[in-house]
Ligand binder design. Structure first.
Ligand SMILES: [Zn+2]
Length: 391
């Protein structure tokens, strides 16, 4: 089947205007001229076209107009288009319909166990996306694209090189989805997608933030980097394997084959292992049980989590010294499941090793999108793809 052609939206000026409204709107046409450097006539023609296609809408008048009649303000029209998002997490498949302003309008989680892998998992993903598509058709919501956040190593062409927990090795996820669902598809590593979501749509979104490190502590430890305002993916699209920084060369074996990686000593399974060794308790089986125990005051659980937080914080502090980021966002089930003590300990440990000038300017934040970060993030990457601005 043929993939729908959205190339008409990739006009550089149209992309620039839409992106500016998305990031800074509502804005008047005069402000758009100032922000984009485009001619007033170009801004007029393009905003008229975007309005005709319902991607943007009018929203009152600008009270701050200095001369003459207050100007009409323009903003992104949330109902002008929708994205289907999927996030393949450790404990299930989350899917959502996200509107053009990047707000989720409906979401669903399919609990899956670790035996659902490979082709079977792919078929489940297709079924879930088809269900969402049917809902969108019923609601008359135009679908603009599909974003999928997957753990593992993902190439810029959307091929999953390796996602051990999903049973996908060299799996051409993007091409298969495009052929099976006939929509534009973006596939990105889950931590990269979450970083993009926090950067573009986090509640503390601030245009002055240009360099951000997103770290997720879950069954693995992932990292997404926004550098100079763009997602940084490295030469082969594989950057950010922060969980495999070696912090104990003779430490426990890691899933990657190495020893003593940060993930092998501080991610969910390692924290559970340490807790079992100390307490011998069999009632704590999952990471969620461990964080709950800690929040209830279980000293052993708190001790294990604090030790993990220190290791993660030290590694983050070292990265701050390398990258000079202005913001660190912490997410994932361990961070979100614990009371403030875990987050605070990561920040304390990071600040202990950052150079003074680096530490003074960096802000630590808890993920504002929470479990939706990957879903919103993959929709945001779809949006960028759709209105891609030529550099
Ligand atoms: Zn490793």
């Amino acid at each position: 089947m043929e993939v729908r052609n959205h190339t008409q939206l990739r006009d550089a000026n149209m992309g620039l205007i839409f992106r500016t409204l998305h990031e800074e709107g509502p804005l008047s046409r005069t402000s758009l001229v100032e922000r984009t450097g485009l001619a007033p006539s170009t801004v007029s023609v393009i905003t008229a076209e975007l309005q005709a296609r319902k991607f943007i809408r009018e929203r009152g008048r600008d009270a701050e107009t200095r001369i003459g009649r207050p100007q009409v303000l323009l903003e992104v029209n949330p109902t002008g288009g929708y994205f289907l998002s999927a996030d393949l997490g450790s404990d299930g498949l989350a899917v959502a319909v996200i509107d053009l302003s990047l707000e989720p309008v409906l979401s669903k989680v399919y609990r899956t166990d670790s035996t659902l892998q490979g082709e079977e998992l792919y078929r489940q993903l297709i079924r879930a996306l088809n269900d969402l598509q049917d809902t969108c058709t019923f609601q008359k919501w135009p679908v603009l694209g599909i974003g999928v956040a997957s753990p593992g190593l993902i190439t810029p062409t959307g091929r999953v090189l390796q996602a051990d927990n999903l049973g996908w090795i060299d799996f051409d996820l993007k091409a298969r989805l495009e052929s099976d669902i006939s929509e534009m598809v973006v596939v990105e590593n889950d931590s990269n997608a979450a970083a993009s979501g926090e950067f573009r749509h986090g509640s503390y979104r601030d245009v002055s933030v240009q360099n951000m490190m997103y770290v997720s502590v879950d069954t693995g430890i992932g990292c997404g980097l926004i550098l100079d305002g763009e997602l940084f993916s490295g030469t082969h699209g594989l950057a950010g394997e922060f969980g495999h920084i070696v912090v104990m060369p003779d430490g426990p074996r890691c899933a990657c084959g190495g020893r003593g990686c940060l993930e092998a000593v501080a991610a969910g399974p390692a924290l559970l292992r340490d807790y079992w060794n100390i307490s011998g308790s069999g009632s704590v089986r999952e990471v969620a049980d461990l964080t709950r125990q800690a929040n209830r005051g279980d000293e052993n659980a708190i001790g294990v989590l604090v030790e993990g937080a220190r290791r993660i914080g030290t590694a983050i502090g070292n990265q701050i010294n390398v990258l000079n980021v202005d913001t660190v966002v912490l997410g994932g089930s361990v961070v979100l499941g614990c009371d403030a003590f875990f987050f605070d300990e990561v920040e304390r440990a990071a600040r202990r090793v950052t150079l003074p000038r680096f530490g003074e300017t960096v802000t630590f934040r808890r993920s504002s999108l929470g479990t939706n970060a990957g879903l919103v993030g993959s929709a945001s990457l779809c949006l960028l793809q759709l209105f891609r601005v030529s550099a």
